[in-house]
Design a protein around this ligand. Structure first.
Ligand SMILES: NC(=O)c1ccc[n+]([C@@H]2O[C@H](COP(=O)([O-])OP(=O)(O)OC[C@H]3O[C@@H](n4cnc5c(N)ncnc54)[C@H](O)[C@@H]3O)[C@@H](O)[C@H]2O)c1
Length: 366
């Protein structure tokens, strides 16, 4: 059925999700508080990526948003603006779905608990844009893990290592990290926030294997401090779950060509999950004792990442999803690890996360 979608932020992700929504035949309104962003969307970003501008997409400044109801509202603005927008939308509007981009907020976690409480009382389903949990590579990995072929899981390692030249190529209007939240860890940028897909997918597979939430975090980072920026360019995080699983997550903005992977080591074999394994798409490589190593390529183009995400939103609206991997709770769990990682690095301490509230009070020295 046709859906009405409103997207805050006519930047990179706003365009991805506008295109994905239009591929579903949905009505799309994109809004931004910067008139240049609207002009750029119509004349550069959208036609540059998808061949031509789509006249059915409505564009407007935030102050001119028409007073209409929308089925889906998407927040595709910088992380330090997410929660004020989300809280206002939950109070004043009643979309079926509110999708907030990752990372959910800044590492200070201000207003995260307020959002959680509001969302718990609201009929709006709140999601966080960790779309890699919805890819075909993830579905394939889950199938293999559920068959139990690699045996008991010993450890999981995950990495999203990508020089941010790629991000800046997608944002040619930015001269560098100093021009956006990307160059500021405390605004949700830096490697730990920007590449937090790695933390999230680590948590996703720990969840699939019923190995519990992360309760201990130890991080070591390489921080770049320049006149106008302060961000972690490398973030190495060791984690332990409540069921005792120990693993490692690495995220950086320096690796070229990029590497985005998870490796799950079991007693009887291993499974490797890759994003953009080759120009053909993603891949799963797996092996169990007594068998040959198998590699399965899962063809994918960049727009597919977001097509699968909006299809998932439609399935949520239709009541076909029991437990969503992009739920608010999962996004908040990732935020707790991001916040704990920064505290661990600053204090040179292992941090313990107890999840009694989504605030810094729930993260203490172990
Ligand atoms: N899931 C993914 O794979 C993925 C990919 C890209 C970006 N993201 C996330 O999306 C978010 C935005 O990133 P981006 O690369 O699109 O940034 P961007 O800078 O390209 O675009 C953000 C836009 O938001 C606008 N904006 C800022 N405050 C606003 C407000 N209050 N109301 C309306 N518009 C506002 C800005 O003017 C800008 O045009 C970030 O959190 C980022 O991590 C996720």
């Amino acid at each position: 059925m046709n859906k009405k979608v409103k997207i805050y932020g006519a930047g990179s992700i706003g365009n991805h999700l506008a295109y994905a929504s239009r591929s579903m035949g949905w009505d799309v309104l994109m809004c931004d508080n910067d008139p240049q962003a609207l002009t750029r969307t119509k004349s550069e970003i959208y036609p540059g990526r998808y061949g031509k501008w789509d006249d059915k997409i409505r564009l407007c400044l935030v102050q001119d948003i028409p007073n209409e109801e929308f089925d889906i509202v998407i927040i595709g603005t910088p992380p330090d603006t997410h929660l004020d927008l989300a809280i206002r939308i939950l109070k004043e509007e009643h979309p079926r779905i509110l999708l907030i981009e990752k990372p959910l907020c800044t590492p200070k976690l201000e207003k995260a608990q307020t959002l959680y409480e509001l969302a718990s009382q609201s009929e709006t389903v709140v999601c966080v844009g960790y779309n890699h949990t919805l890819g075909q590579n993830t579905a394939e990995a889950e199938k293999i893990l559920r068959r139990g072929k690699i045996g008991e899981c010993i450890t999981i390692n995950a990495g999203f290592q990508e020089h941010w030249g790629g991000i800046f190529r997608a944002h040619p209007w930015l001269a560098g990290p100093q021009d956006s939240y990307l160059g500021f860890s405390q605004r949700g940028g830096g490697a730990t926030g920007e590449h937090s897909h790695a933390i999230n997918i680590w948590q996703h597979f720990a969840h699939t294997l019923d190995l519990g939430r992360i309760i201990e975090v130890s991080a070591f980072m390489d921080i770049v401090k320049e006149e106008k920026t302060e961000y972690d360019q490398i973030s190495h995080i060791t984690v332990k779950t409540e069921k005792g699983l120990v693993g490692f997550i690495t995220q950086d903005v320096v690796t070229e060509p990029p590497k985005k992977y998870v490796r799950i080591q079991g007693r009887e074999g291993f499974l490797e999950w890759y994003v953009n394994w080759s120009s053909e798409g993603d891949a799963i490589i797996s092996h169990c004792k007594g068998e040959v190593v198998t590699k399965k390529i899962l063809p994918k183009k960049r727009p597919d990442d977001f097509k699968w995400e909006v299809e998932h939103l439609e399935q949520i609206i239709e009541g076909r999803i029991q437990e969503s991997p992009i739920s608010l709770e999962r996004g908040l769990d990732t935020m707790m690890v991001i916040a704990a990682a920064y505290l661990s690095h600053q204090r040179k301490q292992v941090m313990r996360v107890d999840y009694s509230s989504y605030t810094l009070d729930s993260i203490r020295d172990a």
